[in-house]
Design a protein around this ligand. Structure first.
Ligand code: GLU
Length: 426
């Protein structure tokens, strides 16, 4: 049976790159009907914090990555590591340096392993120093604890970021010294920023919970992360998680770094928003707005549904609904000053707005079809393009140049509010 593990250190929040590593492990486990195990690498007592662990677990759950069995904590297993280290001392393969235990590295040898993504990887032991196994404070080093645990937990495939590639020969030597068989290794390429460097704060949000806060949908994030170094083929990009599980194989992961592209992620999120059933989407938006105190329990759900209906084609993240909601429910509009300057401060602006107002007052029905007709007719009369009425109206009633279809917005706002907002500009 396939058994894989994700081994986070609870010294920070779950990063985009680590989430992708977790996801590839999880997908591989689920595809092969194997086990996905979580091992908490909390050997650094100073830097490990319970709140980071909580956050990592919550992020994994939010991204649908459920794990099998109990969590394993390395901090509770120091005596096990010590036992293995003593074994190596007894065999004459490790030596003591005070209370520390050090592994002797024989020079001029080759250490090699077969990587599922990169093929054969070879290192010379001339480049590897003697390895500390147990530090003088009784804590194990990462490479040693990792080998002991991967063995004890019967891990069949070690799938991790290729920033660990230089650790793997050290681990391979330890497996051999302990007389243990090797797991299979797969080193997945790093996620890089658009400028080719490692992803950092400078390139935008790096932790999963920041994406959650911005209103990314977990389905979309999982979908996007799965495309970071892997592709389902046939240019398909939007696919549900069950489909990804069916198609995913770690050996199909690319060797080269994957570029994190926020625009692409937002586009994918927009596709999920667009395709979501209206009630399910409204539930999500409701929670999102309530969490931010923008709406309270007595909010008008029917009206919210109407807003979502006219905006959902163009929204990329849930955060975008905040602005949309305010346009309809707040009397204090925020105006994009540049847009006001461009569309409402022309020599003939006042006159145009006045003519729009009259057309609206004369439109008995005031629904999106009748308003559009009235606007087209007015444009003909004034011998101008309809756009010259549409842009200023949009800015006057919403404060912005972008948004839902203008006539949809006008119908939903209602005649009275539209007239009041237009009156500010004439
Ligand atoms: N705790 C290590 C890390 O966060 C785990 C590496 C591994 O998967 O072996 O990078």
């Amino acid at each position: 049976m396939v058994r894989v593990r994700f081994a986070p250190s609870p010294t920070g929040y779950l990063h985009i790159g680590s989430a992708r590593t977790a996801l590839f492990n999880w997908l591989y486990a689920r595809h092969n009907k194997g086990a996905f195990i979580l091992r908490i690498e909390d050997t650094d007592k100073e830097r490990s914090k319970p709140e980071f662990l909580e956050e990592i677990l919550a992020s994994l759950k939010w991204l649908f990555m459920t794990w099998d069995g109990e969590l394993t904590f390395q901090s509770q297993r120091f005596d096990i590591y010590k036992k293995y280290a003593d074994m190596l001392v007894e065999k004459g393969l490790a030596y003591l340096e005070g209370p520390a235990i050090i592994f002797k590295v024989e020079k001029s040898k080759k250490v090699a392993f077969e990587d599922m993504i990169r093929g054969r990887v070879e290192f010379s032991t001339d480049d590897i120093k003697d390895q500390v196994l147990m530090k003088s404070d009784g804590t194990p080093t990462y490479n040693f604890a990792c080998v002991v645990d991967d063995h004890e937990m019967q891990i069949t495939h070690v799938i991790r970021g290729d920033d660990h590639i230089s650790n793997t020969p050290k681990q391979v030597m330890l497996y051999e010294a302990l007389g243990l068989g090797l797991p299979k290794f797969a080193h997945i390429p790093m996620i890089l920023s658009k400028d080719g460097g490692r992803m950092s704060k400078r390139h935008g949000a790096t932790s999963i919970f920041e994406y959650k806060n911005m209103g990314f949908l977990p389905e979309a994030l999982v979908n996007y992360l799965s495309l970071m170094g892997w592709a389902p083929g046939n240019d398909v990009e939007i696919l549900p998680i069950e489909e990804i599980v069916k198609l995913f194989d770690v050996k199909d992961v690319n060797k080269t770094g994957a570029i994190f592209d926020m625009d692409k992620l937002s586009w994918i999120n927009g596709q999920y928003i667009k395709n979501m059933e209206i009630n399910a989407l409204t539930d999500k938006v409701e929670v999102f707005l309530k969490d931010r105190n923008i709406i309270q329990d007595n909010f008008d759900r029917m009206k919210l549904i109407e807003i979502i209906k006219i905006y959902k084609e163009r929204m990329r993240i849930l955060e975008d609904f905040i602005g949309a909601y305010r346009i309809f429910f707040s009397d204090e509009l925020e105006y994009d000053e540049k847009a006001v300057e461009k569309h409402l401060k022309k020599p003939n602006s006042k006159e145009i707005i006045n003519r729009c107002k009259s057309a609206i007052e004369a439109d008995a029905k005031f629904d999106k079809v009748s308003i559009e007709e009235a606007y087209r007719k007015l444009a003909d009369e004034l011998k101008i393009k309809a756009a010259e009425l549409i842009h200023p109206t949009r800015v006057a009633i919403s404060g912005k140049t972008v948004g839902a279809g203008l006539f949809d917005m006008m119908e939903l706002l209602g005649r009275e509010k539209v007239l009041k907002r237009l009156a500010k500009f004439c």
